[in-house]
Structure formats: C-alpha cells, structure tokens
Ligand binder design. Structure first.
Ligand SMILES: [Zn+2]
Length: 365
C-alpha cells in the first residue's frame, strides 16, 4: 500500500520555510501554501524566497508533496486585457516558484467570464494556458481547479476543464507529460451540483445563487479580515487578445469538436450539473489528469453554487458520501489537501486532519 498523502493549506507567514513544520505539527505529510499574499498582485523577487531552507525543512518534516495555490485575483477568463496579462504573469511566477520548491503543482482558479458566457471566453483561456506551459520550467505543473459555478466561474461544469485540458494536450502534449492537470475540490463539486455518493442526495438545495463572495479559508490571520475582492465586471463580449498569447495557435479540434456540447447550456451558464461526480469523471475521462483532491465540507446546500468551505463533518455534504468518494481506488492514493476554516477559524487544524484520516486511513486498518 502506498503511503496516504494527507495535507493542509498552511500559512507561510514569516517565510515559506516555516510551512513544512506547520503542516507536520497538525499531522500532515503534504503541504499547500501561497507564495505570497493571495490578495495582492505584488510579489517578492523570486530569488529572495529561502528555497534552500524550505527544501531542508521539507525533508526534515517529512513533507512528500508541496502544492502552491495561485492568487485569488487572477482571472484568465476576463475580457480585460490588462487583467489577463497580470494574471498570466502572476501564474508564470507561481509556476517558477513550483519548480523551485520541487512542487507537485500550482492550483489555479481559472477565473470568471462574468456573464459573457463560457463560449466567449474559452479560446482566450486556452491560449493563455498553452502560453504558460510553453514559457515555464518543464518541472512545473499547473492544476486547474473545479469551481462552485456561481458568478460565471469557469470549471463549475467539468466539461469546461475537459475542454481546456484537451486543447492543451493537442497543442503540446502537456497533459500526458503530467505538466497540466486538474484539482478536484469536494466543496466546489457539491456546490456545482455533483453529488459525491452513489445515489442522488435527498436534500435539495434552495435555488439561491445570488452574488456571493467565497469565504476563504484562513491562511494568514492578519490578512483574513478583508475577503478578496471580485474583479471588475466585464462590459464587452469581445474576446481579448493578450500580448502574451499571440504566438499561440489553437488546435483546430479545440474550437470545433467539443463546441456542440456547450450549446445546450449556453442559455443558463450557472445551471448545476446534477449528476454523480464519479459518473461525470468517468464520462469525461478525467481520471488520469486528476492530480490532487481538496477535501472540504460545505456550509451550503447541494447545488447552491456557493463556495463556502466547512470543517469536515460539520457541513452539509453527507459524511457517508464523502467517505465513499474519498475511498474510491482512483481517489485514495491522490494527495488530499484540507482548506477548511478550522475549529477556531484559524485555518486547517489537527482536528480536521484527524477527521480526514479517520475517513480514509481508518478504513484501511
Ligand atoms: Zn480548493
């Protein structure tokens, strides 16, 4: 049996070299961190991170895998050229950071088309992803995270992630090389209308997908007072052309082969999917590109579209369903990372790690 990979998002306050010990102290052998504040664009010079110390501490504290979470500000699906350009540069930095920490990937919220619709945004998103893959170290990995689906977030419907992965694969075999994949967040999947168990949940979510800011898991106590701002609303339907992507040519099939799949849902972009998660991943053949699982419970009902994480067992995802899903043979060996608020609202803690281990490790003994 392979070693269970259990992780948590921890603070890198005081320097990234502090993160391995924080993860170890709550019982983890996987760590996820930010390379800087997730709510400001400004980054410190890459070389000023203490990578040497980080790698030494990583070894000392038995950290098997390291994930970096991209900024909350990034939006590759915006029609604002400057925002896409800033996002591109920020993600490029994270990918270089990922290579330097010998990481397992940068987890990215792709962004929001903000009402323009997925079809208006997807070509540009794909171009940016391909350009990022072409301009970053071979040892870096980009993982697209599924979204909770509200506010035009790309990746609420897993078909969208599949389309992006397929397009990038055709352009440069990035998926089969392992450089591009996706990260599944259980809270987001639940919110987007994918149930985690075998049968449909009896609890039906209220249809209240009003504008709602995601409640962020705590990473830095000082910064946690103001939630991240959503980026400005798009006013134009035109697809932006970023300077960073002009050299990228989209594979023809990416534009045509799967486009028909979207016509049926173009009228209501936020419509939840309402199917079993395992079935959706099967149908879309998304198992091999799945590289990480964010294990979070949800404060909101099924298919709510809302992204508010809850401590394991304290939320609305049926515990038996979460247990069923995490113990699937194709899931159990993947790195699992907690992004829960924590019992004291100070981020993932030993108690949540204990609950996660009980769900997965406990079942194997
Ligand atoms: Zn997540």
């Amino acid at each position: 049996m392979t070693k269970q990979l259990i992780g948590a998002h921890v603070s890198a306050a005081g320097g990234i070299e502090n993160a391995p010990q924080r993860a170890n102290e709550i019982g983890c052998n996987v760590v996820q961190l930010f390379s800087g504040s997730p709510r400001v664009w400004r980054k410190k010079e890459l070389n000023t991170h203490n990578f040497q110390d980080f790698l030494a501490k990583r070894k000392q504290f038995g950290i098997e895998k390291v994930f970096t979470h991209a900024l909350y500000l990034t939006n590759l699906a915006s029609d604002k050229t400057d925002l896409v350009q800033k996002s591109y540069l920020s993600i490029k930095y994270e990918l270089e950071f990922d290579a330097r920490v010998e990481g397992a990937g940068v987890v990215l919220h792709v962004g929001s088309h903000q009402g323009r619709g997925w079809l208006a945004a997807h070509d540009e998103v794909l171009k940016q992803i391909i350009a990022l893959m072409q301009s970053t170290p071979d040892k870096s990995t980009l993982l697209l995270e599924n979204a909770a689906s509200h506010n035009g977030k790309v990746g609420g419907d897993l078909v969208e992630l599949q389309w992006l992965l397929d397009g990038a694969e055709q352009a440069g075999k990035f998926v089969s090389q392992g450089r591009l994949g996706w990260c599944l967040d259980t809270c987001h999947a639940w919110a987007a209308g994918y149930w985690l168990g075998e049968s449909e949940p009896t609890q039906v979510g209220e249809d209240g997908r009003e504008s709602h800011q995601a409640e962020l898991f705590t990473t830095d106590h000082q910064e946690n007072k103001s939630p991240g701002k959503t980026v400005g609303l798009a006013t134009s339907r035109s697809v932006s052309k970023s300077a960073t992507s002009q050299s990228v040519t989209l594979p023809a099939a990416a534009n045509t082969a799967t486009a028909q799949k979207f016509s049926a849902r173009s009228k209501n972009e936020d419509r939840p999917s309402l199917q079993a998660l395992v079935t959706a991943i099967d149908h879309l053949e998304l198992w091999s590109s799945l590289q990480c699982v964010h294990v979070n419970d949800s404060k909101d009902p099924f298919a709510s579209g809302r992204d508010r994480h809850q401590n394991l067992g304290d939320g609305l995802i049926p515990a038996a369903d979460l247990e069923y899903f995490l113990n699937l043979p194709k899931i159990i060996d993947l790195p699992m990372v907690l992004e829960v608020p924590g019992i004291k609202n100070e981020g993932p803690d030993a108690e949540n790690v204990k609950r996660l281990k009980k769900l997965v490790v406990g079942n194997q003994q």
